[in-house]
Design a protein around this ligand. Sequence first.
Ligand code: SIN
Length: 334
Amino acid sequence: MSRVFRRRLTCALLSASLLLSAGAFAEEIVIKFAHVASDQTPKGQGARMLQRLVKERLAGKARVEVYPNSSLFGDGKEMEALLLGDVQLLAPAPVKLEKYQPRVQIFDLMFLFDDAAASQRFEQSPKGQELLHSLENNGIIGLAYWLNGMRQFTANKPLHLPSDARGLKFRVQPSDLQAAQISALRAVPRKMAFAEIYQGLQTGVINASDNPWSNIYSQRHHEVQQYMIESNHAVGNYMLITNAAFWNGLPEDVRGELKTIIDEVTVEVNRQALALNEKDKQQILADGKRELIVLTDEERQRWREVMRPVWKQYENRIGSDLIEAAQAANGAAQ
Ligand code: SIN
């Protein structure tokens, strides 16, 4: 063996062993998934399923840490944390992305979608998918839509018609559009973080709120509200998002497997969400202490009429194309 060849062989062996040891000691990628809901909700269960599947299929390469109940970042901080790379996965209500993409406010228009199936048809439509992927210029990648359930009002008085809401103090998410809708009812909007609703209701800072049954039940809002109004007035959904630099920097095999897992979890979350909400509705009503009011189609139409001027007011920001696509997803023009 010539000296040159021997030197080359030694170099090659050295590089190979360095690569092997680098691989052996490659750090496990930690994926922090923070959210504000409880483990028992569709989002909470989705996050835990994601964690379990990553443990099974990406052991040693990646692991997911789940932080439910605003335990790592609450409403006000989570977007900033994602952009700073302090958390890698979030599933916020679309309203939290309005600063980056005002068109997401389509999901805040009350009484626009007839039901969760219509909102899901919209999400899967070309317009819905374009919306999910429209955040990339802001360094945010949309991975999936997750359903919780339709949002329902809770109040300390019975609500059948929009006029019944007059003067009530409603919690809204930090959204001018949501506040405008509550003002259209001649009620008072109060912007408040999700984690503060229970205390707000308990102390009377607010006396009405809204959320899907799973959030109402897991946050115990029903304990401090007498009337549960099945209004189905807006979809409670999420956009599962990640930081673009983090996502694009993942090793290709990890990113590929993670995407496969996310797709599987998305199917399960969306398949189970409504049943979970129905179960929680029954739990809320089980002790017979609260009254359930189910809005009739005629009553829903009256609420919709009050909301239409607000839809119009926000049409330029959201885009009439999205509003039309949402109405088309209902199966019939309203
Ligand atoms: C959530 O489900 O993530 C929060 C919903 C809300 O703020 O009302």
